[in-house]
Ligand binder design. Structure first.
Ligand SMILES: Cc1cc2nc3c(=O)[nH]c(=O)nc-3n(C[C@H](O)[C@H](O)[C@H](O)COP(=O)(O)OP(=O)(O)OC[C@H]3O[C@@H](n4cnc5c(N)ncnc54)[C@H](O)[C@@H]3O)c2cc1C
Length: 440
């Protein structure tokens, strides 16, 4: 393989050094003369981490890695020494109940929340109904009867119907409804099912019953076990992929024009652009006529943001804790301190606590005081774009925009380009697909 670049190589500008932009650079840097523009001062986008009092703070979520795509695994295996630089863990997640829903005294795990008890049922909840109190179990058995009778009648049309028809009214009421309403801040009837396909568990009633009889945890979803860097969390992944790349940090691109068949970015000429930022920003950035007709559609794309609160919490063995309680607004605690011992500087365990959209520091502190595991506030960050929301026509329309722009050597991929609920691996997979499709 050649190690030097030919001077007659085509020039390619990448906007964004999140995992998508970094994947483009790593896949194409032997073939093109590449320059990356990144508005932040470090690489990684959503997977960036910061150090707070020597503790590792994932500024959004708590990023772990795994993939079901062989080509994506090969991409990562070429770049990373998984055996030495990563820890392989099994997911240990649970749902915390606070209203006495759990009765099995042997298996339940109890946590003190101020003066009361909080009870954890392993995730996914539908496999562990045997741990819930007898009234709930009876009601769930009635639900199963109803589900089985109404089977094959019609397909669910929205998220609420999907959840009720697959898991029954009882689990919907005690878990799926309150938990998902905290995430989506909307009536679950309004969430169309089209874009959730493939991302949601689809267990059959037979599987749910079998798993309950045998106390089986679900091992089929992508993060049921995962890789996590020993040091520096997902920032390690970003830094490694950014090594030897030509990145201009603190360079927010505000305008992209086309003159004489060349793209002009920051007064430089490029043959090709690969955009891995946010499609909404293109409405202001991209100065070409063909794009005008899409602006209205793009303006109307919906999304949520996340306030990520970094805390010390009481010790526990969990990776993710799901919180259906309506006593506070947070839906999830990610015990990032349990992912690697290197993530905590002190004997305390650190975690990120998530709230949908923006909330003030005062509200955060009020919420934390009501939450289990005694969270002690360290810092927080708000990110405006974290969860894209699709409508029925979003996918088709974005495909059309991408195809039209690709005729002009303007390519795009990423969570907020495709407006898809991508994980890191799927974002890399989407970049690979775009490169292959367009023979770049
Ligand atoms: C709460 C949460 C938890 C998650 N947990 C996981 C997990 O555990 N595992 C997993 O695999 N995935 C997880 N994901 C998904 C993962 O974060 C994303 O799929 C991935 O980070 C998307 O990368 P991206 O490069 O497409 O976008 P981004 O990370 O958003 O990158 C876009 C980059 O472009 C830059 N940029 C934007 N506009 C401009 C401009 N005009 N000029 C210059 N630069 C610009 C931005 O600064 C940013 O660096 C999670 C996501 C969320 C929201």
């Amino acid at each position: 393989m050649e190690d030097f670049k030919h001077t007659n190589m085509k020039t390619l500008a990448i906007i964004g050094s999140g995992i998508s932009g970094l994947a483009v650079a790593n896949l194409l840097n032997k073939k093109y003369d590449i320059e990356i523009f990144e508005k932040e001062s470090t690489p990684g986008g959503l997977i960036r981490c910061k150090t707070i009092n020597d503790n590792l703070f994932h500024i959004c979520g708590g990023h772990v890695f795994n993939t079901k795509r062989e080509d994506v695994m090969n991409f990562f295996s070429e770049k990373f020494d998984f055996e030495n630089d990563f820890i392989k863990s099994e997911r240990n997640s649970c749902v915390f109940f606070e209203n006495g829903e759990v009765t099995n005294p042997v298996k339940r795990s109890l946590f003190v929340k101020n003066t009361s008890w909080v009870e954890g049922v392993p995730y996914p909840i539908e496999n562990h109904v045997h741990m819930l109190k007898p009234e709930i179990q009876h009601s769930f058995i009635n639900d199963i009867e109803k589900i089985t009778k109404s089977r094959h009648r019609r397909e669910p049309k929205n998220f609420e119907e999907f959840l009720k028809w697959n898991f029954g009214e009882t689990l919907y009421k005690i878990y799926f409804k309150p938990y998902n309403e905290k995430i989506w801040h909307t009536n679950l009837k309004k969430i169309p099912l089209s874009w959730l396909k493939g991302k949601l568990p689809m267990p059959s009633i037979e599987e749910i019953l079998y798993n309950n009889f045998n106390h089986i945890k679900d091992k089929t979803f992508v993060h049921s076990n995962f890789w996590y860097p020993k040091k520096n969390g997902s920032q390690f992944i970003a830094n490694k992929l950014a090594e030897n790349q030509n990145i201009n940090f603190n360079s927010e691109i505000k305008e992209i024009k086309k003159i004489n068949n060349k793209w002009i970015i920051n007064n430089k000429k490029f043959d090709i652009v690969f955009f891995c930022g946010n499609i909404k920003d293109l409405n202001n950035i991209l100065q070409i006529e063909e794009f005008e007709k899409y602006k209205n559609f793009i303006n109307n794309l919906e999304y949520h943001g996340t306030t990520t609160v970094f805390c010390e919490i009481d010790k526990n063995s969990y990776s993710w804790i799901y919180l259906p309680s309506t006593n506070y607004q947070s839906h999830r605690i990610i015990c990032t301190g349990n992912f690697s011992p290197e993530n905590n500087n002190t004997k305390q365990l650190t975690a990120t606590i998530e709230f949908t959209d923006q909330i003030s520091e005062e509200e955060i502190l009020q919420n934390l005081s009501k939450m289990p595991l005694h969270p002690r506030y360290l810092t927080h960050e708000y990110h405006k774009y974290t969860y894209p929301i699709q409508n029925n026509d979003t996918r088709e329309k974005i495909k059309e925009i991408k195809e039209e722009l690709s005729q002009q050597q303007f390519y795009m991929s990423g969570r907020f380009v495709d407006w898809e609920y991508y994980n890191m691996d799927i974002a890399v997979g989407a970049v690979k697909d775009t490169i292959e499709k367009n023979k770049l």
